[in-house]
Write a protein that binds this ligand. Structure first.
Ligand SMILES: Nc1ncnc2c1ncn2[C@@H]1O[C@H](COP(=O)(O)OP(=O)(O)O)[C@@H](O)[C@H]1O
Ligand SMILES: CC(C)(COP(=O)(O)O)[C@@H](O)C(=O)NCCC(=O)O
Length: 319
């Protein structure tokens, strides 16, 4: 047993240095190759096979235990109620964290690892950006500078989507977002057809809403989660990742005339950097402080990254 200091004893989490966490992998096999990891990672994310070995295999093993336990509970409840027509509903994993912290890479790696379990579960991945209000509506409500803030999402649609998924409906539609055009894709959608596991990723997935004055119970997105993960790093690091990514996108995605940010590919580097700094300070950092970081204590698991983007510490909620 490790020595615990006082703050750890009274914290709802147990903290593990990444190398200690790696040991919980036990005999979980490595089912991804270096090439596959390279294809799954986002542009500025250096995650590699060693990181999958160190962090993600133990996480995959933990999630497998949770999924198995929930399936057992489902079977026992069915027996208890003596019903045959109970519908098995998807196990939902929420992934939260700041803009530019690397949620998409984590979500894609987890998806691939989970679908390679021996039971070959069907795993789907949905991101909450599709539930943003379209730019035309954001402009109408003067919210273009609040993209990603709670009021920029169609929360009703988001909750309806999760409720449909959790009630076992087939062919549930999720709207899609394009980072290229910086807008919701009109007329395009993703069909989610009764997966065994749904990964639901976005900055807002652990947010709660104020209770209305009339005392009516309002559901939260996380009410539908079976397990939640928060990806964390110091704000200074995320800030530098955001600006570095913007400067790289300036040389790649922004050169596409269809990119909403195309004009920034034409600007000198200093002027482009000033735009990125402005977007970070006025929108994303503000949102992180006001609406995202306050949700961290609601996560079941926190993956904390260091300067190199690699995970340094894992905090697991004590049951
Ligand atoms: N303006 C942009 N143009 C093209 N791709 C982008 C742009 N902004 C972000 N992306 C890509 O979109 C994905 C989601 O990014 P983001 O929402 O910041 O979350 P995270 O970095 O936590 O995954 C990343 O793969 C990122 O590289
Ligand atoms: C779409 C986003 C809110 C992020 O959503 P996510 O997929 O990370 O949940 C973000 O990428 C964004 O557009 N922020 C607004 C300011 C900016 O352009 O960076």
């Amino acid at each position: 047993m490790d020595q615990l200091n006082a703050s750890e004893i009274y914290s709802p989490y147990r903290f593990f240095a990444a190398d200690r966490w790696a040991g919980f992998r036990a005999d979980t096999p490595l089912t991804l190759t270096a090439d596959e990891v390279e294809r799954l990672r986002s542009m500025n994310d250096p995650v590699d096979l060693e990181e999958v070995r160190r962090i993600y295999l133990a996480l995959s093993r933990l999630l497998s235990a949770h999924v198995e336990a929930s399936q057992l509970l489902f079977r026992q409840r069915k027996q208890f109620l003596n019903v045959d027509d109970a519908v098995k509903t998807p196990f939902i994993i929420g992934i939260a964290g700041s803009v530019a912290v690397g949620k998409s890479t984590t979500a894609r790696i987890l998806k691939e690892l989970l679908r390679r379990w021996p039971s070959s579960p069907k795993v789907d991945l949905v991101t909450t950006d599709g539930f943003l209000l379209p730019n035309a509506e954001l402009r109408r409500q003067n919210l273009m500078d609040r993209k990603g803030f709670p009021d920029s999402y169609d929360v009703g649609a988001l909750l309806r989507f999760l409720s449909d998924i959790k009630s076992g409906r087939s062919n549930v539609k999720a709207p899609l977002y394009s980072h290229l055009t910086y807008d919701v894709l009109q007329g395009e959608e993703q069909i989610v057809d009764r997966p065994d596991i749904l990964i639901f990723e976005g900055i807002n997935v652990l947010q709660v809403r104020d209770l209305p004055g009339d005392g009516k119970a309002v559901p939260f997105v996380s009410d539908f989660f079976d397990f939640s993960i928060y990806i964390d790093a110091d704000e200074d690091l995320i800030h530098s990742w955001y600006v570095d990514r913007f400067m790289r996108l300036r040389k790649t995605a922004f050169t596409n005339p269809q990119s909403f940010f195309h004009r920034y590919s034409q600007l000198p580097a200093d002027a482009a950097r000033a735009i990125a700094e402005g977007l970070w300070a006025n929108i994303n950092a503000k949102n992180l402080r006001e609406n995202i970081l306050p949700t961290r204590p609601r996560a079941d698991l926190i993956l904390r990254k260091g300067a190199d983007h690699l995970i340094q510490e894992v905090a697991l909620r004590k049951l």
